[in-house]
Write a new protein. Structure first.
Length: 223
């Protein structure tokens, strides 16, 4: 699909495999998502995500944290590169480093992250193993606005999956990942259309405060 001058521009931050990034790239290419990926950035120059971006003809840059004196310097360089592609929104899609408050400040309300749990449950790493250990019947993924509070920003939307007998962390992670992609696309579509906004710490949907995260059902989000 051809991107016009008003097509929302996305910068994606990714550290690894980049399957969420690929879902975004594919959806912008075939018109399911009215946006364009303006650049992909990360903290691991050899990440598959950066390769996927280059394969699609998208600017990709990996910066190495060890080349910087401290985290704030790294974040400043990363966000300078991001700002240079003039994104409307920044999407963290498997970006595995903490982001500092100073770098985030100018982007609050325009930066989102996907996390493999039903937040506020299981913030941080190894969510599937911890969910299995806790014996929950349901797990899933959350799309939330990023704040300096790790995985603690206001949640926009969630997708739920059952935990099945015999699940191990990999099986559960695969089931969650399969639902992350439609969750990501449906949420970005609303964000890019201006239907989701962050006002103070509240998510607004079509101008009304969201009482609970939107829920993904049949690839669509419902209140
Ligand atoms: C996903 O599970 C995402 O929720 C988490 O990291 C993983 C990234 O997967 N933040 P991919 O790199 O998009 O394949």
């Amino acid at each position: 699909m051809t991107a016009g001058p008003k097509t929302p521009r996305l910068a994606v931050l990714a550290s690894g495999r980049g399957s969420n990034l690929q879902a975004i790239i594919d959806a912008t290419a075939d018109g399911r998502l009215d946006a364009r990926v303006a650049g992909v950035f990360g903290d691991r120059p050899r990440a598959l995500a950066l390769e996927r971006a280059r394969d699609a003809g998208i600017e990709a840059r990996g910066l190495r944290p060890r080349d910087f004196a401290c985290r704030d310097d790294f974040d400043a360089a990363l966000f300078a590169a991001v700002a240079a592609v003039e994104p409307d929104f920044i999407v963290c899609a498997g970006y595995m480093r903490l982001l500092g408050a100073a770098a985030l400040e100018p982007w609050l309300g325009r930066i989102v992250n996907i996390h493999p749990s039903l937040l506020p449950d299981f913030k941080g790493l190894d969510t599937q193993a911890r969910a299995l250990e806790a014996g929950v019947g349901e797990h899933g993924a959350s799309l939330h606005f990023v704040t300096a509070d790790l995985d603690g920003g206001p949640v926009i939307a969630q997708a739920r999956v059952p935990v099945l007998p015999g699940d191990d962390p990999d099986a559960l992670a695969g089931r969650v990942l399969a639902t992350e992609h439609p969750l990501m696309l449906a949420t970005l579509q609303l964000l890019c259309a201006g239907r989701i906004r962050l006002r103070d710490s509240t998510v607004e949907f079509d101008g009304q405060p969201l009482q609970a995260p939107l829920q993904l059902a049949s690839n669509h989000l419902r209140a």
